[in-house]
Ligand binder design. Structure first.
Ligand code: BGC
Length: 749
């Protein structure tokens, strides 16, 4: 080695020792050199871009894509729905199908079902699997998961979200994010924020106090950003603080970017941007889905009419706004592209693979909640003889419909087919019972099913009742579906009760058989006026490709049910916290914002959402966290070391749990905290920990929860800080929000 080589080696070693990247030795530009730090690459790429290239980058070029920098070899951003599977390809500028034949995918269970597993590792498996499908299809961003809080049971999109509790949603979203992003595909956590109903979603201004905002509606987003390191977030359609969410100074600038330190990209919901200057100052980084009138304005490219396209450039030219915000935007988008499309090490992905089918089946089976099981009617063991299955949801394909989460699944096993496959030796008969939705098309994807029916409602019930004669089991499979005003985007439900006269069918069946099992498929709570007459009830979800197999797994006991409700099922609609017109659907104002007539929707129930409300007011049919098993569990006394205080550290509470039944099963042990002496009103209890443990018959596990200051705090809106007040607290170990097994007190000194 000559002197010069020694010198270079010495410099390189010194640089490494100082934590600096090694000196470049080749002619590769910094931005293309993946040995260079991310920020150096972003800065270098940015420094090479023209104003036109920057403007091009901050708005869409088609329904689901936006440009990279073609001149520099920086790839485009391609988004896809989300959140339950990869959406079929649509035309460049239309929602209609592109007509590809290679875009059929695995439909994974709806997120309401994922939340019902209460299993963080299954959420990771879900994220990893769906991320692989997104990667295989060369997507940059998966438009999901959704973590808007389940505020009330009429929201048409609750099925896309993770339930009523911010802690549960926050714990479940993080591994999903990590799983997806391990594929070099970004998540886009949606819909930030306060998009808790669909009716009037484009014109509803939410009025909510800061404490409620921070304690209920933001924690799951914050967890996705700070713990999951989500690379993008979707700004919602609605308004908060009299500003559209897509240009919202408080939520996007102050909270997301400044308080939480989010360094990723905010993407608009499709068509959610309504102005140029306010958005340019505080709003989204990337504008998608705006209506264009490019043709009538004589533009060659309609997308040049976007708020963040020519009008943005014009505002900069006129000096109405500087380039500082644009520069920050472009850097954030570059960062996203380097993390995804320009990550040379990202895996290649896979689509509709046996592994993904197995994951979907497992998650599905673990999500089903056994609400009631009188006399041990379930599981169905041995040769069941004759099974009568009644109900449209036993056969209806549910992957098509529901709005943007609609899918083109390569396979969808219906509940009826799942049951037939599980018991080939049995006589399985199907009766329709009622007519619900006979449609089967969404944006050009069709189910191919012909669900037309000529029998009257009375005849359908009579035929079902007749078929029940001599049946060993009668399984009613109904609930909601993905059509308008059911579980579907853009519109909310209009009744809490089951639609299509299903209550009559169930009651008629209950009158003739004691061996009735009701399976409710929905993403929302429904009224169950027949609850006392039906011995066994299951809460099922839209489970996608393997729906029927997952259900049969639980009916048969091949999988011992361990799903737990991620929301409360109230007795009647009058029991739920959202009652007045001001709370929902809101009261129209006489003024407009950005030319739109606005409604005010006031969250006067405050922090009392879900069990926080029902704990005080009652009216619960099945509580949050509830779910039975085919085995039984016994809890020992919870124990806490009372000498430790949480001033700076944390305390540990332990509880032994034993499987006292005859089969292996999983219990979801829940920890709630109750603040005994508080200077502000606090909920009676709040979920702050959970653990899913699988136990063999006779086996005992000691479950340990760590309680830190966060678990004891409330948000003090006046000082804008989280506060854990000194004094007594109770740790409640529970099997649901209503089934407290043991309590132990401790003090914060
Ligand atoms: C929905 C989003 C979705 C987007 C793109 C919007 O209407 O609200 O959730 O990701 O469309 O399809």
């Amino acid at each position: 080695m000559n002197c010069k080589s020694f010198l270079l080696l010495g410099l390189a070693l010194a640089a490494v020792a100082c934590g600096q990247p090694p000196q470049k030795t080749s002619d590769i530009p910094v931005y293309l050199d993946d040995a260079q730090p991310l920020e150096a690459r972003v800065d270098d790429a940015f420094s090479r871009m023209t104003l036109d290239e920057k403007i091009a980058m901050v708005h869409a070029q088609s329904k689901f894509s936006s440009p990279g920098v073609p001149r520099l070899g920086i790839p485009e951003v391609w988004c896809t729905d989300g959140p339950h599977g990869i959406r079929a390809e649509v035309l460049w500028d239309e929602w209609d199908q592109a007509g590809w034949t290679n875009d059929s995918i695995t439909a994974f269970p709806a997120l309401s079902g994922l939340a019902a597993t209460w299993d963080r590792e299954l959420s990771r498996l879900y994220g990893k699997s769906i991320g692989e499908e997104a990667r295989y299809r060369n997507k940059t961003v998966l438009l999901g998961p959704g973590v808007n809080i389940y505020r009330f049971p009429l929201n048409g999109r609750n099925f896309e979200y993770m339930g009523e509790d911010p802690y549960l949603a926050g714990e479940m979203v993080v591994p999903y994010v990590e799983g997806v992003q391990s594929n070099g595909v970004a998540v886009c956590v949606k819909h930030f924020a306060l998009n808790n109903s669909e009716a009037n979603r484009h014109v509803a201004n939410t009025i909510v106090d800061d404490r409620t905002l921070y304690e209920i509606y933001l924690p799951a987003f914050k967890a996705a950003v700070q713990k999951g390191h989500a690379w993008s977030v979707m700004a919602a359609y609605n308004l908060y603080n009299n500003q559209y969410l897509c240009s919202n100074e408080v939520l996007l600038d102050k909270i997301l970017r400044k308080e939480w330190g989010f360094d990723g990209v905010v993407i608009s919901d499709w068509g959610g941007v309504h102005n140029t200057l306010q958005t340019a100052k505080h709003g989204v980084d990337l504008e998608y889905g705006s209506w264009t009138d490019g043709l009538t304005m004589g533009k060659t490219n309609a997308y040049d009419s976007y708020y963040l396209a020519d009008p943005y450039k014009e505002a900069i030219r006129k000096g109405e706004i500087g380039t500082e915000e644009l520069d920050a935007r472009v850097k954030r988008i570059l960062r996203l592209i380097f993390r995804t499309g320009m990550d040379r090490n990202r895996p290649f992905g896979s689509q509709a693979s046996p592994e993904h089918y197995a994951a979907a089946r497992k998650i599905g089976a673990e999500s089903i909640v056994l609400l009631k099981n009188e006399g041990g009617l379930l599981p169905i063991v041995g040769n069941p003889g004759k099974i009568l299955v009644v109900g449209e949801n036993a056969v209806k394909m549910m992957t098509v419909g529901g709005g943007s989460s609609s899918l083109k699944a390569k396979l969808e096993v219906s509940p009826l087919d799942g049951i037939k496959a599980r018991w080939p030796e049995a006589e399985v008969v199907w009766e329709r019972g009622y007519v619900g939705d006979t449609g089967g098309e969404y944006n050009g994807v069709t189910t191919g099913q012909d669900l037309r029916e000529s029998r009257s409602a009375e005849k359908l019930v009579a035929d079902a009742v007749k078929a029940a004669e001599g049946a060993d089991y009668v399984i009613f499979i109904g609930g909601l579906n993905k059509s308008d005003h059911q579980d579907s985007e853009g519109l909310d439900r209009i009744q809490y009760g089951l639609p299509y006269g299903q209550d009559d069918v169930i009651e008629a069946l209950a009158a003739v058989t004691k061996r009735l099992i009701v399976v409710n498929i929905s993403g929302n709570a429904v009224a169950m006026p027949w609850v006392e007459q039906v011995p066994a009830i299951l809460q099922d979800w839209y489970l996608g490709t393997q729906a029927g197999h997952s259900l049969a797994d639980v009916l048969s006991g091949d999988v011992n049910p361990s799903g737990r409700l991620p929301f409360t099922i109230p007795i009647s609609y009058a029991d739920n916290p959202v009652q007045t017109e001001a709370q929902y659907p809101g009261v129209p104002r006489d003024s407009t914002i950005d030319g739109m007539p606005i409604l005010d929707m006031e969250y006067t129930e405050g922090i009392y959402v879900g069990y926080r409300w029902y704990d005080i007011h009652g009216g619960v049919l099945f509580p949050f966290g509830h779910g039975l098993s085919y085995t039984t569990f016994e809890y020992g006394d919870p124990h806490i070391d009372r000498h430790i205080t949480t001033e700076d550290g944390s305390v540990e509470v332990t509880v032994p749990v034993t499987n006292t039944g005859r089969v292996t099963g999983s219990e979801v042990v829940q920890l709630y905290i109750s603040d005994v002496e508080a200077s502000v009103p606090r909920p009676m209890k709040e979920l702050k920990g959970f653990a899913k443990v699988t136990l063999q018959p006779g086996e005992t596990a000691v479950v340990t929860f760590t309680i830190d200051k966060d678990a004891l705090s409330f948000f003090d809106a006046r000082q804008h800080v989280w506060v854990a007040e000194k004094g007594s607290f109770r740790a409640l170990i529970a099997a649901s929000a209503k089934d407290v097994k043991g309590t132990v007190e401790f003090t914060l000194k």
